[in-house]
Design a protein around this ligand. Structure first.
Ligand code: SAH
Ligand code: SF4
Ligand code: F3S
Length: 459
C-alpha cells in the first residue's frame, strides 16, 4: 500500500484534539500517515471550533492559505463544529473544499474520501462546477464510538478519552448543544477497555473528556447507570494508571459521589475546572446556567472540606448582554472569594442561532475590553500567588513533553501547574518528585528530589 500524506489541524477544545487523533486512527489502515505541513498533502483536515467568532475566522483564513497548496490530488476536508454549524455556507464560500463533516460523522470518513475522489475524477473530465462536495453533518442514530478502531496509533504519558459528548443545557451564549448534539454517555465497559489499552501502551494519566463530563451517566456492567465518581473508582483499579482527571464539569452536576472521589481515590487529582462564567445571579439567570453564585461557592467549600488542598479553575465571560458594572463587580467578588489557581476568560461573542445574540443591551466592545483587562489582572495575580505558595514544597510531576530548550522537560503537578526542569530525557513519561524553587504566572520550576534509580544519571 502506498503511503498517503495527511495534514490534520485542530482548533478549540480538548475533545477536538481527541477527535483528530481518532480520525488519524481511522485513516491509518487506509495508508495515511501524518505530516506537519499542508504542502504536498493528499488529505487536509481542519478540525474546527465554532465557540467564538475569532475561532471561526481563523478557519477561513487557514483555508485560504491551504488553497494555495491545493493541487489535483489534494482533498480538503472541514470537520468539527464549524463544519456542523455552517456546512452549506463553507461549500459556497470555499468551493475548493471537498468534504464537510460534523463531530458525529467522522467514523464515515473513509467513504466520504472515496466519494470525494470519485467526484474529483468526474470533474477532471468535465467543466468544473460547484455543488460537487461531500456534505455529511448528520446526527446519526448509531454512535460513532461503536465504529472507531480499538487501537490508538500514538499514545503518550498523558492521554485523553471521550466518555460523554453533547449537551442538553442550552446556555444562551453557547453553540455546543447545536454543534455536538444531545448528551450521550458511552457505556462503562467500552471506556474501561479503551483506558486499559492506553495504559498498556504507556499512558500514566488519563483525562476523561465530555462537554458536560460530570453529567456522565453510562450503562454499567451490573445493569445500573454509573456516574463519573463510580466510573473513576473502577478506572483506578487499572494497574499502571497513576492519575485521573476530567473536564469540563458543570456546577449543577457535581454530585457527592464525585466530590468524595477526590478524597478517597488517590489517582483522582486535587484539581477541578469548574466554569461559572459570571458571579452575578442576574447574569447567570440570563445565561440559563440554572444555579446561583451562592450554590457555586457552597460547592467549592464542600469540596475543600473533602479535600483541603483542592485547587480550582474556571471560565469567565465578560460583557454578556445586559451586564452592568455592578454585575461585573459581583464576578470580581466571586473570584476573590474562591481564589483560583488558573482560569480562562473571554469577551462575549454573539453566536448565530443562540438566544444571546438576539438579546437587547449588547455590551460595547470597549467596555468588554476594559472589563476583561481588570478581570485578567485579578486572575493573573491569583495564579501567581498560587504558584508562589508552592515554592519550597515537593510535588510529584508527570513529565510528558520535551521543552523548546535543549534538555528541557515539561510536565504538570497534581494541581495542574505547568512545570519545567532541565533533566535527562529518561524522566519523560514518569512521575518525579520535584522541589519547587521558582514560580511565575504561568509555570513553576525546581529540582528533582531524588533521581529515580532506573534513570541512572545524576542531575
Ligand atoms: N461545557 C463547558 C464549556 C464549553 S465552551 C461548560 O459548561 O462550562 C468553553 C468556554 O467557552 C465556556 O465555558 C465559556 O466561558 C466560553 N464561551 C462559550 N460560548 C461563548 C461565547 N459565545 N462568547 C464567549 N465565550 C464563550
Ligand atoms: Fe455550552 Fe452551557 Fe452546554 Fe457548557 S453547559 S456546553 S456552556 S450550553
Ligand atoms: Fe469548539 Fe466545538 Fe469544542 S465549538 S470548544 S470545538 S465543542
Amino acid at each position: 500500500m502506498t503511503t498517503k500524506k495527511l495534514y490534520i489541524k485542530s482548533y478549540g477544545c480538548q475533545m477536538n484534539f481527541y477527535d483528530a487523533q481518532r480520525m488519524t486512527d481511522i485513516l491509518k489502515p487506509l495508508g495515511y500517515a501524518v505530516i506537519e505541513n499542508p504542502e504536498g498533502a493528499d488529505l487536509v483536515i481542519l478540525n474546527t471550533c465554532h465557540i467564538r467568532e475569532k475561532a471561526e475566522e481563523k478557519v477561513y483564513s487557514d483555508l485560504g492559505r491551504i488553497r494555495a497548496h491545493k493541487d489535483d490530488k489534494m482533498i480538503v476536508a472541514v470537520a468539527g463544529c464549524v463544519g456542523q454549524a455552517e456546512g452549506g455556507e463553507i461549500m459556497r464560500r470555499a468551493p475548493y473544499v471537498d468534504i464537510v463533516l460534523g463531530p458525529q460523522t467522522y467514523h464515515r470518513l473513509p467513504e466520504m474520501i472515496a466519494r470525494a475522489h470519485r467526484s474529483q475524477e468526474n470533474k477532471q473530465g468535465k467543466a468544473q462546477g460547484p455543488g460537487r462536495g461531500v456534505l455529511d453533518v448528520d446526527f446519526p442514530a448509531e454512535s460513532k464510538f461503536d465504529f472507531l478502531p480499538q487501537e490508538h496509533s500514538t499514545v503518550e504519558a498523558t492521554a485523553f478519552v471521550a466518555i460523554q459528548e453533547g449537551c442538553d443545557k442550552f446556555c444562551t451564549f453557547c453553540v455546543v448543544p447545536y454543534t455536538r448534539g444531545a448528551e450521550y454517555s458511552r457505556p462503562v465497559t467500552a471506556i474501561i477497555d479503551e483506558c486499559k489499552r492506553l495504559v498498556e501502551k504507556g499512558a500514566k494519566e488519563i483525562t476523561l473528556l465530555g462537554q458536560n463530563v460530570n453529567a456522565y451517566h453510562g450503562d454499567g456492567p451490573d445493569g445500573n447507570t454509573w456516574g463519573l465518581g463510580r466510573l473513576m473508582e473502577a478506572l483506578a483499579c487499572l494497574p499502571g494508571l497513576l492519575r485521573l482527571r476530567y473536564t469540563t464539569s458543570h456546577p449543577r452536576d457535581m454530585d457527592e459521589e464525585l466530590m468524595v472521589a477526590h478524597r478517597d481515590i488517590p489517582q483522582v487529582m486535587p484539581f477541578l475546572h469548574l466554569p461559572i462564567q459570571s458571579g452575578s445571579d442576574r447574569i447567570l439567570e440570563a445565561m440559563n446556567r440554572k444555579h446561583t453564585a451562592a450554590h457555586y461557592l457552597k460547592l467549592i467549600e464542600k469540596m475543600r472540606a473533602f479535600r483541603p488542598d483542592m485547587a480550582f479553575s474556571s471560565d469567565f465571560i465578560v460583557g454578556f448582554p445586559g451586564e452592568t458594572e455592578q454585575d461585573f463587580q459581583a464576578t470580581l467578588a466571586l473570584i476573590e472569594a474562591v481564589g483560583y489557581a488558573q482560569a480562562y476568560s473571554f469577551k462575549y461573542s454573539p453566536r448565530p442561532g443562540t438566544p444571546g445574540a438576539l438579546m437587547n443591551d449588547q455590551v460595547p466592545e470597549d467596555i468588554m475590553a476594559e472589563r476583561l483587562g481588570r478581570l485578567q489582572d485579578l486572575l493573573n495575580a491569583q495564579q501567581l500567588a498560587f504558584n508562589e505558595k508552592s515554592i519550597g514544597t515537593t510535588q510529584s510531576v508527570l513529565f510528558d513533553r520535551v521543552g523548546k530548550q535543549e534538555g528541557q522537560l515539561l510536565g504538570k503537578t497534581p494541581h495542574f501547574q505547568s512545570t519545567y526542569i532541565t533533566a535527562p530525557a529518561e524522566l519523560l513519561g514518569r512521575c518525579v518528585d520535584i522541589t519547587i524553587t521558582k514560580a511565575f504566572a504561568n509555570s513553576v520550576t525546581g529540582t528533582p528530589l531524588v533521581i529515580p534509580a532506573q534513570a541512572g544519571t545524576q542531575v
